[in-house]
Write a protein that binds this ligand. Structure first.
Ligand code: HSE
Length: 407
């Protein structure tokens, strides 16, 4: 029997308990041993829930119990999660987590500590909820030069964008639904403004490149400025708006960003709707691959966490090699990255926006119309450098919105 402790009895923590209790026999079979939950740590009481019998309020009880071999950290946030995890690894316990804030910031350090103590630090659920993507990157895609990873990495925003497009729903109303379903972060700003997706693409890029990508270095835009009218233009372009996190290697420079993009219906990510996430990977031998599934929610996320528990039980006393070093990866200059952009400018009549001025600022553009939209001039640029585009926009005070077009 292998004893484990679960830190945090919130949405994911209670999901971990439910997954283990529901699929105990399957889990034991794959782990090659009985997985037994000895403790659950939480500051709250859960009267009437059988979990109360194994509930502890002090992490030291778990840390000092030599019988606990695996610690499951599903509390979220940087501290005290990071402190608890580091102490557990140093005490010779393997740790798995769904905590993307902690993994993005301390992943490289914790992998190193785990290696030094011949235990494991695994974090499958930190990106893409229930979708296996970390394990494929560590164990399967080991023969490829991976030049692109582009993902829909946040379930809440994908849910909101899908409902806005299909049902014309109001932003706040759909956000409330996503919160009720347990998809959103405690502070939904992290979802809406792209911070959550930013940490996830930083984790994936760190793994692909083998070095630390600081999430603070990742250019990040959210979806709070996206309107129904933007969707009308996306439709006219035979596409849809998706919040993407993307890593690209172009001429040996690494570029990373999170932003809404209009993607065409030809792109596999176009078909990823609601709370589903997907991660598209391009390798020089593999060509294209895509990993798809539920990116948020109690049981899908818990399923990924418990898969790490199984791996850790299977690898007791043996560190699973991972390449993610603490040395910081310098990113390419964002201002030099090229994209096409949709630009919408307010214009009461056709002469308000002078075509020569547009050409001078943006180069050759493709003018376009969207059904039912009046008093606007809109166009799509050719690929332009981000920095040059930003300067061009400044010359037009009537700009209503700009969205990257592509992929
Ligand atoms: N709030 C996150 C999301 C949860 O909506 O994707 C999973 O990380």
């Amino acid at each position: 029997m292998v004893n484990i402790a679960v830190l945090g009895y919130g949405t994911v923590g209670s999901g971990v308990v439910e997954v283990i209790r529901t699929n105990q026999a399957i889990i034991n079979k794959h782990a090659g041993d009985e997985v037994h939950i000895k403790y659950v740590l939480d500051l709250r009481e859960f009267e009437g829930d059988p979990i109360q019998e194994i509930l502890v309020h002090n992490f030291d009880v778990i840390l000092q119990d030599e019988d606990v071999k695996v610690v499951v950290e599903v509390m979220g946030g940087e501290e005290p999660a990071h402190r608890f995890v580091k102490q557990a690894l140093e005490a010779g316990k393997s740790v798995c987590t769904s905590n993307k804030e902690m993994v993005a910031k301390y992943g490289a350090e914790l992998i190193q500590v785990a290696k030094e103590h011949k235990v494991n630090f695994l974090y499958e659920a930190s990106v893409g909820g229930g979708i296996p993507i970390i394990r494929p990157l560590i164990s399967s895609l080991t023969c490829d030069d991976i030049t692109e990873v582009t993902g829909i990495l946040n379930g809440t925003t994908n849910y909101i964008l899908t409902k806005m497009r299909d049902e014309g729903s109001a932003f706040e109303e759909v956000l409330k639904e996503a919160q009720e379903k347990g998809y959103a972060e405690r502070n939904p700003e992290a979802d809406i403004e792209g911070y959550d997706a930013c940490r996830k693409i930083a984790i994936l890029t760190s793994l692909v490149c083998g070095r630390q990508v600081d999430y603070e270095d990742v250019h990040t835009e959210g979806i709070s400025q996206i309107t129904k009218t933007d969707f009308l233009y996306a439709k006219a372009l035979k596409g849809s708006i998706k919040l993407l996190g993307t890593y690209r290697r172009i001429e040996d420079k690494v570029y990373v960003m999170v932003a809404p993009f209009i993607i065409s219906e030809q792109h596999p990510l176009y078909h990823v709707n609601d709370v589903f996430n997907a991660i598209f990977v391009h390798g020089n031998m593999l060509d294209d691959a895509m990993f798809y599934g539920r990116g948020a929610g109690k049981l899908p996320t818990a399923s990924a966490v418990v898969s790490d528990v199984v791996d850790e039980v299977k690898h007791m006393g043996k560190n699973i090699m991972q390449i993610w070093e603490t040395g910081k990866l310098e990113l390419g200059n964002f201002d030099e990255w090229k994209h096409k952009f949709l630009v919408r400018i307010h214009s009461e009549d056709i002469d308000d926006v002078n075509m020569d001025d547009v050409k001078k600022a943006f180069g050759d553009v493709l003018y376009m119309k969207a059904d039912g939209v009046k008093n606007e001039t809109a166009f799509v640029t050719k690929p332009m450098e981000e920095g040059a585009f930003r300067e061009a926009v400044k010359q037009f005070p009537g700009v209503l919105s700009t969205i990257r077009v592509g992929f």
